[in-house]
Write a protein that binds this ligand. Sequence first.
Ligand SMILES: *Cc1c(COP(=O)(O)O)cnc(C)c1O
Length: 369
Amino acid sequence: MSEIIEVQARKTLQNITPYPPGKPIWELQSEQGLSKVVKLASNENPLGPSPKALEAIVCSLSDIHRYPDSSTSNLRQLIAVKLGMGADNFIISNGGDELITLVSEAFLEPGDEIIVPSPSFSEYEFGAHLMGANIVTVPLGEIYSFDIDAIVNAVTEQTKMICICSPNNPTGTYLSKSVLHHLLDVLPKHILVLFDAAYSQYADADDYTDGLEFVRAGYPIVVLQTFSKIYGLAGLRVGFGAAPESIIQQILKVKEPFNVNTLAQAAAAAALHDVEHVHLSLQINRQGKNQLYLSFRELRLPFIESMSNFVLVELGPDAKSIYEQLLTKGIIVRYGGLWKLPHHIRVSVGTEEENSTFIQRLSEILKLT
Ligand SMILES: *Cc1c(COP(=O)(O)O)cnc(C)c1O
């Protein structure tokens, strides 16, 4: 049957290209007929989920005929106590990704501008496109540091929001506390800073800030956090935003009532207090990062020291081909072309075994090219 459809979608949707997720393990297995696949593409926790979260899920299973708590009171209260703020300073979302969409829906009018350092996480642009806002990209400076002067210079009458990811995905670089403070002080107060701290738990530099102190101080800032990375709950979809209360109230207006499911709420509450799981995750990450650094040095591959759980490494003009050859050998990483870094790949830090398999395969490929 031929279709006769003349319904027009909103014009702004022409700007949206689907998010290219890291290839799932099952897909590569069926494409290549491989039984063993190592996925180091989505910065997931190689240790797995917190055992306490798993227990909490089992305990909640018999409640799933009921709607979830639409105000996520228990989880918000636990987060508030842990972070020393009020429960009204938080909104729980269906992953950090949903928070970005909600913030965009709450604050961006068509024609508004958002400033995004580049390269960075692509979801900020998605939110802007969705609302018909315009994107102003500002390149990162030398060795992918944040160029604050360039960001401030990019501010216009139309600027509504500035998105800062720290540690930045995909570079692993971060913005220091004093520089963020300076930025917040010089910006006009009608500009909202979306501070994406999805990887904050991994950052160990003395001058790193997760941005929360500036929420407490009442600046126009929304801090994004997620349970997908160090807490190992990516498949459940839960994250949150922290902001001054008046900002949270606006974001709540565009939230669906039941955006975070019962199992996710229970698991996140348990994972938040699983100190042992977080501690072990950090340890594996620290060791894994050193393992990768050492191998990259041996292979004479330039890389950026990362404050996070992934490393951006430069493979040169053959990077795309190397990325594809890695796939045929059962290794999934991220190709840098996604961020207009055609000579790079981004590799998530895995377990010791996963990292060695990756390095072995990479070395085999490099000897051939
Ligand atoms: C992973 C990630 C998020 C949030 O991911 P969710 O799974 O939606 O919570 C947010 N920002 C950055 C930079 C990320 O890498």
